[in-house]
Ligand binder design. Structure first.
Ligand code: GCV
Length: 720
């Protein structure tokens, strides 16, 4: 252990040693050719300085730090903390000199003064300051100026410049203020320290091993963790939980005797403004502390958490907090003591409160020992039934973390009704960047359009607040990470776009998915004289923009979900989960398919929504087609709003989905000479599997429903 820690400290991390994903060197050219001035102090300002120095060394610019006694030196780019500017950079009364590519010291001073004055006006108008993460960007007199009140803002301002490239050095423009919509932008790693006998090194990981852990030990790959932190900062993520929410024996000890391992990760992530969180077991006082109970109301248990948490903060002063999966899929929790989830969450919150830490308490609680014959128990109801009655009972530093849908990250689900049911609780909405149910990083499936739909959904109707508003006012957004030790980080190189997009949608949930994809394409695929950038961009859009809907077309139909192979969840198995205890049924028989979740005749789940959705989902006439089978059991001949019958829709969409994947393959071939050969080869290999698998889905789903219903395809295509 000691040796490992010394190794970590001694090595100099170079984040550019690994595959650059969306930060290739070329992305830094526009910055690197300029004379840059960085003003301010602190770890994050040092990071900004190191980044611009590296860029300037590569591309021939210069990077200086802080004003001299004579004032601001001439610069083309100034990145400054507002309190680090000399007092004489006061608001300019005269307009600056004409634009020039090589600004003089006067021009630099004028530009900074103008930007400072405009920022003061802008924040006065907004009635808010830049905050700890915001920044302002302006261009005057041939000088680009980034101002921030706090170091994290400067870091995010730098990455905005990277995104803009040469456009950051174009025409004059007044201050533009940027602030994140979500204060909390977090990734959860389901990484195990030990290799789990069933789940492996990373639970639901599709990109090789863990970047943090290897076979019971820290992986010790300083360069990769640093590069990861840098990539995350560049898309706006500011918190990472470093171990699986299913906390096994070794992982539990990260909280106590293996805390050094967490300290090392915190040290590597901190320079990029990322706070470390830890998933802990609710039974920790027993398994680690030797107490006879973990009862949240027991004083000795409370003391144990308080002392243990104090030790964590003594080593990691900016520790983010705990993440807990309790009373879920076999994890221990407060139910064992006759307590509820508010009792459980408040116990940990009390221990974290003195240090400003938070507990992320997951609402993913349901009965996974169900009997398929019992139609009254509905897994979709579970989170609401457990948590909504507790609204108002959670401490301020509890964040109840709710999966975006009521079941489990399916390709299509309604928005979880819990999001509208707990106005007195801070809620975080949880997404799954790792593609457990969306093709496991073997299939192209750009998920931003799906997440964007969810974030824009208005649970109280069109005039009301959106899911994004609820998260922004509460605990922000969280997602399960999709990276591993794979050469391209995410197995499928195009799956990097999902990670990038998640960060960007946290920063601004109103960004359009296509525009986020544009950003990712421009950053990731470095310009090359031989490459037609428009062809590359257009083709990637053609492949990726609609790929989530394509995936939906060839998998489980009309929102019914699952139909995957049990256990690993890859590939089709229509009845795979139908008679299991997991509560994920479709109830297909010879007459019809779907789950009746109405109040009138079903499980009553529709009643968990406020109007208008409680009514809209209840009625078969107003339920959206894409969620029909989630809410209703209907005959195969039922006519959808789109004009097709349910059975014909199943046939048509499955054939269509396969055709679309075949087209993706042809399009990708066109890019053979336009992208890095290694990336091209990897995507080609994955697309071949996607086509194979899409055909298998199509065959199995269509054959299954043909046999059940006995209804032939209206277009006479072969069904088995
Ligand atoms: C980490 C699903 C996944 C599990 C995961 C669980 C969760 O059930 O299949 O692997 O466990 O969700 O979100 O806790």
């Amino acid at each position: 252990m000691r040796r490992h820690r010394d190794q970590v400290r001694m090595s100099t991390p170079d984040p550019t040693d690994v595959h650059p994903a969306w930060l290739p060197d070329e992305a830094w050219r526009a910055i690197g050719v300029r004379r840059i001035l960085v003003c301010g102090e602190g770890t994050l300002v040092d990071t900004v300085q190191a980044e611009v120095e590296r860029a300037a060394d590569r591309y021939g610019g210069t990077a200086r730090r802080n004003p001299t006694e004579a004032g601001l030196p001439p610069a083309d780019l100034v990145l400054a903390l507002t309190d680090a500017l000399p007092p004489d950079s006061s608001p300019a009364t005269e307009p600056g000199p004409p634009e020039t590519l090589t600004a003089t010291a006067t021009a630099t001073t004028t530009a900074v003064a103008t930007a400072t004055a405009q920022l003061a006006t802008a924040t006065a108008q907004l009635g808010e300051s830049l905050g700890v993460e915001g920044f302002a960007l302006a261009r005057h007199a041939g000088v680009t100026v980034v101002l921030a009140d706090a170091p994290a803002g400067l870091l995010y301002g730098l990455f905005e410049l990277v995104r803009l490239g040469e456009a950051a050095f174009g025409p004059t423009h007044p201050v533009r203020v940027h602030r994140p919509v979500m204060a909390r932008r977090m990734l959860d790693h389901w990484d195990n320290v030990d290799v789990h006998p069933v789940m492996g090194q990373v639970e639901r990981g599709y990109a090789g091993g863990s970047i943090f852990w290897h076979d019971g030990r820290p992986r010790g790959d300083v360069a990769r963790v640093t590069a990861y932190a840098r990539l995350l900062a560049a898309c706006g993520i500011n918190a990472v939980s470093v171990n699986n929410v299913n906390v096994h024996a070794t992982e539990a000890r990260l909280l106590t005797e293996r805390l050094d391992d967490v300290v090392d990760l915190a040290d590597l992530l901190r320079p990029y403004a990322i706070r470390v969180h830890l998933a802990v077991t609710f039974a920790a006082p027993m398994v680690l502390g030797g107490l006879p109970t973990a009862d949240p109301l027991d004083q000795a248990v409370r003391d144990w958490w308080a002392e243990t948490t104090a030790r964590v903060y003594a080593r990691i002063p900016d520790f983010g907090g705990y993440l807990v999966k309790a009373d879920s899929e076999g994890q221990p929790g407060p139910f064992s003591y006759g307590r509820d989830h508010a009792d459980g969450a408040n116990l940990l919150a009390e221990a974290l409160a003195p240090y400003g830490g938070v507990v992320h308490w997951r609402a993913f609680v349901y009965n996974h020992r169900q009997d398929w014959r019992d139609r009254s128990t509905d897994r979709a109801r579970a989170a609401y039934d457990h948590f909504a009655p507790l609204d108002g009972r959670f401490r301020d530093n509890v964040i109840v973390q709710v999966k975006h849908g009521p079941i489990d990250f399916q390709t299509r689900e309604p928005v979880s009704p819990v999001i509208a049911a707990m106005p007195g609780t801070r809620l975080a909405v949880e997404f799954q960047v790792t593609q457990e149910y969306t093709g496991q990083q073997k299939h192209v499936c750009y998920l931003a359009p799906w997440w964007s739909e969810i974030l824009r959904f208005a649970p109280w109707g069109d005039d009301g607040r959106t899911v994004a508003d609820v998260a922004a006012d509460g605990g922000g957004l969280v997602a399960v990470s999709n990276v591993g030790d794979d050469e391209f980080w995410t197995g499928h190189p195009l799956a990097q776009a999902n990670l990038y997009a998640f960060g960007r949608l946290c920063w601004n949930p109103r960004l359009r998915p296509q525009e986020v994809l544009d950003e990712w394409i421009d950053l990731t695929f470095a310009p090359d004289a031989r490459v037609d950038p428009e062809l590359l961009r257009r083709t990637l859009h053609e492949i990726m923009d609609d790929s989530w809907r394509t995936y939906e077309r060839y998998t489980a139909p009309l929102g019914v979900g699952f139909m995957v192979r049990p256990g690993h969840h890859y590939g089709p198995d229509v009845d795979g989960y139908e008679y299991t205890p997991w509560g994920t049924y479709h109830f297909a028989d010879r007459d019809g398919v779907g789950v009746d979740r109405t109040r009138a005749t079903g499980t009553g789940f529709t009643g968990q929504y406020p109007p208008p959705w409680s009514e809209q989902y209840e009625s078969i006439d107003t339920c959206p087609d894409e969620l029909l089978l989630f809410f209703h059991h209907v005959p195969y001949g039922h006519l959808l709003h789109c004009g097709s019958t349910v059975i014909q829709h199943i046939y048509d969409t499955h054939f269509e989905g396969v055709r679309e994947v075949e087209a993706m393959c042809r399009r990708w071939e066109w890019l053979a000479r336009l992208v890095d050969p290694a990336v091209h080869a990897r995507v080609t290999e994955r697309l071949a599997e996607q086509v194979r698998c899409a055909r298998e889905w199509c065959d199995q789903v269509n054959a299954y429903f043909h046999r059940k219903s006995g209804i032939p395809d209206a277009h006479g295509r072969a069904l088995h």
